[in-house]
Design a protein around this ligand. Sequence first.
Ligand code: F3S
Length: 63
Amino acid sequence: MKIVVDRDTCQGHGRCAVYAPEVYELDDEGYCAITELLVPATQEDAALSGADACPENAIEVID
Ligand code: F3S
């Protein structure tokens, strides 16, 4: 599973990192610091929850 974060859409809510801190690293200002990441199988559930929690829909999940 891959996640793609639209950093122009991200508004720094940080909810993604609450659910999956190992996946959604935040920068110093609280914005998602990653753009693309291959998610390890063990972290897929957390990554999905983090994507669902984003109020800006900035995170795309690709199977
Ligand atoms: Fe940004 Fe959404 Fe996370 S706004 S910091 S991608 S919850």
